[in-house]
Design a protein around this ligand. Structure first.
Ligand code: NDP
Length: 434
């Protein structure tokens, strides 16, 4: 605590994992030897740097850039870059810590890392976004490489930003190193289904989780928070599976559409026009309403898929969802449910899929993008999605079986934490005191 003062989200993420480890240490005491757990909680490297850039008015702006290279026991550091004004070292460390176990759960050869900046992209012109990305990469490039550290997108960073960063990396290094970033557009080394992967993957996970109780998405009311990358492709897969999306949101408010959210309209507003979700109610009109303030979790639903940001679903929201009869919760975002909310769901017998397992489809498909880059290959959408579906089923089953093995059947939090930890711990143990 003293060492990482003020890093609330980091403490929260570490505590949540450590609370699950009692049973595994009791069974395998060697995991507690050689300060292994302390080493797992300490990032291998943390880089903080100045990002100066010039806005459209000719004014110099300064932001702070971060890259936390958390753990490379299983492979090169891998994890997204976030642009949001709330970004600080504690948030990037929590994300890097979570990423380490998530990546381990995929079974693929990737370590964990995360990066970002307190830059706020909202309202910035395309030119400003490009200059910012170029400045960030001017410093960051020396720490990256396909065998070293491979970033991707996250909040505020999508295909456009990845393109600008890749362009600057290529210029600075004079290398066409496609495998240094994932989430690239198709025509310069991207993978089909990467954009869709996190949302699709979370839906596959929840589908398999509810199937353990004989349920499916057909006819279910589903609420999704956010309206960004993860939210949009969660909605798409839920609709394909026969569910009805009743509400989605952004940081200003939420829209409810009892006829089922019109996803094409959401995509037009968010991906093309880059506008607020309030536009949905204005454009669709009758039968929809937009509520500013308040919580999207007040809308009664069978399945809740929080897909916006950390700690967005509180204990109060959890109580409301339970009162309204929610059956399952799948975290598309990283740590969107507070510890109190998770406890309320688990005590109420609600099926709960933690983010480090449920949203691992994005990074797994990034690893598939790296495979395609390394082999100079490009797979079809169907081939890539089929791989994603198989990976998500395997992650689900690994979590479920681990929970069962450790005497807590149905506890996906414990299952994910232990299964991820064991793979990282085994690798670290084999590599000596590093
Ligand atoms: P986007 O930037 O595409 O979308 C984020 C959405 O969440 C927006 O609708 C945004 O609204 C909303 N949001 C962001 N911050 C807040 C906040 N403080 N309060 C309320 N709403 C907020 O990001 P992604 O969809 O990529 O990421 C969403 C979550 O999923 C994050 O937790 C991310 O770490 C996680 N994730 C993403 C992966 C990926 O592949 N992209 C992979 C695995 C996890 P607004 O526009 O108003 O800011």
């Amino acid at each position: 605590l003293r060492r990482n003062g003020g890093e609330h989200e980091f403490h929260q993420a570490v505590r949540e994992v450590l609370e699950s480890l009692g049973r595994v240490i009791a069974k395998h005491p060697r995991y507690a030897e050689n300060a292994l757990i302390e080493r797992i909680c300490e990032p291998e490297r943390q880089i903080i740097f100045r990002v100066p850039w010039v806005d459209d008015k000719g004014q110099v702006q300064i932001n702070r850039g971060f890259r936390v290279q958390f753990n490379s026991a299983l492979g090169p550091y891998k994890g997204g870059i976030r642009f949001h004004p709330s970004v600080n070292i504690g948030i990037i460390k929590f994300l890097g810590f979570e990423q380490t176990f998530k990546n381990a759960l995929t079974g693929m050869p990737i370590g964990g890392g995360k990066g970002g900046s307190d830059f706020n992209p909202r309202g910035r012109s395309d030119g400003e976004i490009m200059r910012f990305c170029q400045s960030l990469m001017t410093e960051l490039h020396r720490h990256l490489g396909e065998y070293t550290d491979v970033p991707a997108g996250d909040i505020g960073v999508g295909g456009r930003e990845i393109g600008y960063m890749f362009g600057q990396y290529k210029r600075l290094t004079n290398r066409y190193e496609a495998g240094v970033l994932t989430g690239k557009a198709l025509f310069y080394g991207g993978s089909r289904a990467r954009k869709e992967a996190t949302g699709y993957g979370a839906t596959y996970f929840v589908q398999r989780m509810i199937a353990t109780k004989g349920l499916d998405f057909e006819g279910k009311r589903v609420t999704v928070s956010g309206s960004g990358n993860v939210a949009i492709y969660t909605m798409e897969k839920v609709i394909e599976f026969g569910g009805k999306i009743v509400a989605c949101s952004d940081s200003n408010g939420y829209v409810v559409d009892e006829d089922g959210i019109d996803l094409e309209l959401v995509k037009e507003i968010k991906e093309v026009r880059r506008e607020r979700i309030s536009e949905y109610a204005r454009l669709k009109g009758a039968g929809t309403h937009y509520i500013e303030a308040g919580s999207v979790w007040d809308v009664p639903c069978d399945v809740a898929m929080p897909s916006a940001t950390q700690n967005e679903l509180t204990g109060k929201d959890a109580r409301t969802l339970v009162k309204n009869g929610v059956l399952a919760v799948g975290e598309g975002a990283n740590m969107p449910c507070t510890p109190e909310a998770v406890r309320i769901f688990q005590e109420a017998g609600v099926l709960f899929a933690p983010g480090k397992a449920a949203n691992a489809g994005g990074v797994a498909t990034s690893a598939l993008e790296m495979q395609q880059n390394a082999s100079r290959d490009s797979w079809t959408f169907e081939q890539t999605e089929a791989r994603l579906a198989t990976i998500m089923q395997a992650i689900h089953d690994r979590c479920a079986e681990t929970a069962e093995e450790y005497g807590t059947p149905g506890d996906y939090v414990l299952g994910a934490n232990i299964a991820g930890f064991v793979r990282v711990a085994e690798a670290m143990d084999a590599l000596g005191v590093i």
